[in-house]
Design a protein around this ligand. Structure first.
Ligand code: 5GP
Ligand code: ZN
Length: 140
């Protein structure tokens, strides 16, 4: 695992090579405003080291991020007078990940800001039981 990826825009932000509006920094984490926010205050929390997605994050970093999501989330919500907060993470292009450096979105939300929930589909007959079994069998 490389610490920094020379082609990575978020590694460049951590290194100060690309400007960003910093919100928070510690030894392991960095948080800054998303340049194309869903709403003002939309914040990204990232590990300083270059991990591509959730599945590469070590336990200690993931634990630190979880706490920061709660605490910075509260700050973002309060500062923006938001009525709600989305926490999101896109993993791999199929899930909408554009920047391949693991990051979590903190998005302040308002009742009338046009939020659209993802649509759901129904399971076919018997499918839900099979799917649950497939997942349970892979729990490590
Ligand atoms: P995702 O990879 O989860 O789809 O989202 C990447 C996010 O990073 C986008 O919301 C995008 O606006 C943000 N982003 C991409 N490049 C930059 C940048 O150079 N600076 C900042 N502040 N945000 C960026
Ligand atoms: Zn990176």
């Amino acid at each position: 695992m490389e610490t920094t990826n020379n082609d990575c825009v978020f590694c460049k932000i951590v290194a100060g090579e690309i400007p960003a509006e910093k919100i928070y920094e510690d030894e392991d984490l960095f948080a800054f405003l998303d340049i194309t926010p869903i709403n003002a205050g939309h914040t990204l929390i990232i590990p300083k080291k270059h991990y591509e997605n959730l599945f590469e994050l070590p336990d200690d970093i993931l634990k630190k991020i979880s706490i920061k999501l709660r605490d910075l989330g509260a700050s973002v919500k309060e500062a923006m007078n938001a009525e709600g907060l989305n926490i999101g993470m896109n993993n791999r292009p199929a899930a909408g990940q554009i920047v391949p450096h693991a990051h979590f979105h903190l998005i302040p939300r308002y009742i009338k800001d046009g939020y659209k929930h993802w649509g759901g589909r129904k399971y076919d007959e018997g499918e839900i039981t099979k799917v649950a079994k497939e997942i349970r069998e892979r729990i490590k």
